[in-house]
Design a protein around this ligand. Structure first.
Ligand code: GLN
Length: 535
């Protein structure tokens, strides 16, 4: 039987950062618990073809998928909250849409025609709705930005056109807007939401459901007022109040029966969801058995969003141990100028130290200092990507005695470039899309800590980097005690570096954080937090 796919379009109004992505992901989680297969598309109105070259301090982290797409971090929420696997087709920017249309125009596909936003750009956008949402029962399409922005207009127009071509119960629009609390008046205000719904309706989109973000619960009279002014049924107006943790959203929406309303509007018959996995997490968040202090030593610590997946994976590691993770973000640059006592004061009380990925030389010497401290003081240590590369530099300098050891990313003249650009990668030009990206297989050495933790011989993990361990120096490093416990199946790439005679010291060239879920913590993060707990 061929069943039609049901579509939920999620837009946002009033301001950005209302948690549209989390709301979409939480709705997806509930629909999955109802036995439905969900998939997601995120549309971003900016002109970059993908977020790969954007500074994480501007746009948060770049999320990498199995197929090597550099995508918006909302795809990370979708994968963490559901079992969907996202990829290139699930994130599309205005830049990519225009790029496709212009490529077609140059090829002569529209010969004789004038190429316009309507219908050419809007047709291309509708194609994205279809391409990103195959093999599912419900497709959730989130539009980045805020209604009223010039940039998002073509996306909204495409949604309007798409809906009129579909049967009545196959498409709904959910609008997330702000209902602020004004302290001096002691009142919740509906006007911003009224305005953003008016802007949507002007484009021809009538929201079916309103999710009202605010500091507090919405009383009935506010709901009635919104219903009246926004032309939305009262029972289709839901609260999206601030909660302590994003992982409370599925149970919070469920408590209002949002999932039941969505399936009713889409005319889907499905079972009642069993939210037990989420209830268990909420319970751990509220009543953890224990707590650990973890230091995150990085360069982008001023904006936590730039380490989103990583911070979430640490939390998941905590959930696996019924434990709360207290994160201490330490600016690696500040460690560079500190006295030894200062460093000890900063890191000595930590139960675990993590050095994440990054680009550029700034702060790398501080990272090396943190890694040395962790190694010499037997503090559980986890190095990821650049964190692994710097750990190997630290090992080469202080254990092998190669004082000039470095990565050729930072010192081209070093006689001991333990990290370098492989010959096979040197012909890649420019910065956009020139990295080893996406999922690669890795074989784990028998008897290693990594093998014990994963409990299987072969794994697949995601990558995003240009530089690699230098194979020419591998034997000498191994001689000095470096254990290369994860290697690509053809033997050409070092994927994991670990040390024995240390409570827990593992570094990965890949990014395990991209595959961790709250309901299924990544084994390395679960094990790292367990080691931190033992300290
Ligand atoms: N800058 C390093 C490289 O390109 C590490 C990248 C990362 O940490 N993601 O290899």
């Amino acid at each position: 039987m061929v069943r039609s796919i049901k579509y939920i379009f999620v837009t946002g109004g009033v301001i950005s950062s209302l948690g549209k992505g989390i709301s979409a992901a939480a709705i997806g989680a509930l629909l999955e618990l109802r036995g439905l297969r969900v998939s997601f598309v995120k549309l971003d109105p900016y002109i970059n073809v993908d977020p790969g070259t954007m500074n994480p301090l501007q746009h948060g982290e770049v999320y990498v998928t199995d197929d090597g797409a550099e995508t918006d971090m909302d795809l990370g929420h979708y994968e963490r909250f559901t079992h969907t696997k996202t990829g290139q087709a699930n994130n599309c920017t205005a830049g990519r849409i225009y790029h496709r249309v212009i490529t077609k125009e140059r090829r002569g596909d529209y010969l004789g025609g004038t190429v316009q936003v309507i219908p050419h750009i809007t047709d291309e956008i509708q194609q994205v709705f279809l391409d990103g949402t195959r093999d599912c029962d419900v497709a959730i399409v989130e539009v980045g930005g805020t209604v009223g922005d010039i940039e998002s207009l073509p996306f909204l127009e495409a949604i309007r056109q798409f809906r009129v071509q579909k049967p009545r119960n196959d498409v709904i629009n959910i609008h997330v807007a702000l209902v602020p609390y004004i302290k001096t008046a002691d009142e919740l205000k509906t006007k911003p939401t009224q305005h953003s719904v008016a802007a949507l309706r002007q484009i021809g989109i009538q929201p079916d459901i309103l999710l009202c973000r605010g500091e507090r619960e919405m009383p009935g009279d506010i709901r009635r007022k919104l219903a009246l002014f926004c032309n939305v049924r009262e029972d289709c107006i839901f609260g999206a109040r601030d909660v302590e943790s994003i992982y409370m959203m599925p149970t919070y929406f469920r408590s209002q029966s949002l999932d039941a309303k969505i399936t009713e509007l889409l005319n889907i018959w499905s079972r009642e969801p069993d939210t037990e996995p989420w209830d268990r997490i909420v319970n751990i968040i509220r009543h953890p058995d224990s707590r650990v202090d973890i230091a995150l030593v990085g360069k982008y610590v001023k904006l936590r969003e730039s380490y989103k997946s990583l911070i979430e994976a640490l939390n998941h590691g905590g959930f696996a141990n019924a434990c709360r993770v207290d994160l201490h973000c330490i600016d690696s640059e500040e460690l560079e100028t500190m006295s030894d006592e200062g460093v000890a004061g900063c890191l000595g009380k930590m139960d675990g130290i993590l050095v994440p990925g990054g680009f550029g030389v700034r702060g790398t010497e501080g990272k090396i200092r943190a890694i040395r401290y962790a190694r010499e003081h037997s503090i559980p240590f986890f190095g990821i990507c650049l964190g692994m590369q710097m750990a190997l530099v630290e090992f080469a300098r202080h254990v092998c005695g190669w004082s000039d050891a470095c990565s050729s990313e930072f010192d081209e003249a070093s006689a001991h470039p333990v990290i370098h650009r492989m010959a096979s990668q040197e012909n890649l030009q420019g910065k956009g899309g020139t990295m080893r990206l996406g999922a690669y297989l890795c074989d784990l050495a028998e008897g290693s800590l990594a093998r014990k933790i994963y409990n299987k011989p072969r794994i697949s993990e995601r990558h995003r980097h240009r530089y690699e361990v230098n194979n020419a120096l591998r034997p000498a490093l191994a001689e000095a005690g470096a254990i290369f416990s994860g290697i690509s199946p053809d033997g050409s790439h070092v994927e994991i570096f670990e040390l024995s005679q240390h409570p827990w010291y593992i570094c990965t060239q890949f990014h395990p954080e991209y595959q961790s879920k709250p309901t299924d913590a990544h084994p390395l993060f679960a094990s790292f937090i367990a080691a931190a707990l033992r300290k």
